[in-house]
Ligand binder design. Structure first.
Ligand code: NAD
Ligand code: GDD
Length: 331
């Protein structure tokens, strides 16, 4: 792979920040752009610009002089956030995506990678915890997650059309739930792995933990190191149709809680709250096409990847607020 001049949008966010580090380590020149700086450590980008990519002019500045665009900027979060904010998400992400696409073409960018989501898949295929893994061709007839998923699916089609009509090189990557250190763990946008790590870290051994839903809903979770490796491989692959990027290690939410509790060395009682957002009943990634195209797939087991994730979140919490005081035996 030759050294390239690249732009990572969303470089102040979770995956974008890790991707900047990965691409820098590969020897590329990297510009990071975001509306905010990374929260937990400084960016390693050669150049970091604070820009609001809803604005077309900002997108042209961001895309000037680069060969590759890794477009990750988005108004996004876990199921609590994307369920509560349909209008804001589609309005923001539509502007960001259309303007970034136009600017990339105008500025002579050679390759454009769009970070899509498993939320584009039809809800009617995700009604059971023992879900059949989702294949790329399952996307239509469409019935995506409201708001966020619908907008992602629309942008996927835009990528397809600009490739067909203008010969502009695109990649479309459907991420399945990504976790790891340096990811949002509080504030409302956090996804289940980080939220559960936070709740377990803040619980007393022998105490109770609140879980959204009945705990039987299932997902597959991908470590961010696999995610950035996969993004890079897909960019290099030349494959311009949508590809899943996730693991096919299906686990229930209760199973996830048990793994985290074990890492923390705590015995906790689960209190299931059925009034909280649950999203689809089951979701898993079919990696047949990914394996066929890349000869590779994510391989970090959840039980392994959660260890550094839990310890990073527990460390952050300890640094910013007191953890529960351990009971001390009376003298
Ligand atoms: P993130 O929220 O940590 O990062 C997204 C970044 O985009 C944020 O830093 C945010 O400030 C930035 N952004 C939002 N609006 C902007 C604007 N107007 N101008 C400039 N920057 C703006 O999320 P992430 O987990 O790193 O996700 C990265 C991409 O991957 C997103 O497109 C997301 O939809 C997609 N994705 C993520 C997951 C996951 O599990 N993390 C799953 C599916 C898809
Ligand atoms: N967020 C969160 N917080 N979820 C919880 C919690 C909690 O404390 N407790 C249990 N859950 C359950 C949710 O009810 C849901 O059923 C499951 O854990 C997964 O929740 P999330 O990780 O928030 O979201 P998701 O998997 O439904 O969707 C996410 O992944 C998509 C890609 O696969 C979102 O981040 C989407 O934005 C993303 O595109």
């Amino acid at each position: 792979m030759d050294n390239r001049r690249v732009l990572v949008t969303g470089a102040g966010g979770f995956i974008g920040h890790h991707l900047v580090k990965f691409l820098k380590a590969k020897g590329h020149w990297v510009r990071g752009v975001d509306i905010k700086s990374p929260e937990y450590e400084a960016s390693e980008a050669d150049e970091f610009q604070l820009l609001d990519l809803r604005d077309a002019r900002a997108c042209r500045i961001a895309a000037s002089g680069v060969q590759d665009v890794y477009h990750l900027a988005a108004d996004m979060g876990g199921i609590g956030y994307i369920t509560a904010s349909h209008a804001g998400i589609v309005l923001n992400n539509t502007k960001i995506n259309i303007h970034m696409m136009d600017a990339s073409r105008d500025q002579g960018v050679e390759r454009f990678l769009f970070s899509s989501s498993a939320c584009i898949y039809p809800q009617y295929l995700q009604l059971q915890p023992d879900v059949t893994p989702l294949k790329e061709d399952d996307a239509f007839p469409a019935d995506p997650e409201a708001g966020y998923g619908l907008e992602k699916l629309y942008m996927e089609k835009i990528c397809q059309y600009v490739t067909e009509d203008y010969g502009f090189e695109t990649r479309v990557v459907r991420f399945h739930n990504v976790y790891g250190p340096l990811g949002t763990y509080d504030g409302g946008r956090e996804k289940a792995p980080a939220a559960i790590c936070r709740k377990v870290a803040l619980s007393q051994d022998g105490g109770e933990i609140e879980i959204w839903g009945d705990g039987q809903q299932t997902r597959s979770f991908m470590h961010v190191d696999d995610c950035v490796e996969g993004i890079s491989r897909i960019m290099e692959s030349g494959y311009d149709k949508p590809l899943n990027l996730g693991t096919d290690e299906l686990i229930s939410v209760d199973g996830l809680v048990d793994l985290v509790s074990e890492i923390a060395g705590k015995r906790l009682t689960k209190r299931h709250d059925l009034s909280r957002p649950q999203g689809v009943r089951g979701r898993n990634s079919d990696n047949s096409r990914l394996r066929e195209i890349l000869g590779w797939e994510p391989s970090i087991l959840l039980a392994e990847g959660l260890v550094p994730t839990f310890h990073w979140i527990a460390g952050e919490l300890e640094a910013h607020q007191p953890l529960p005081i351990r009971a001390v035996a009376a003298e």
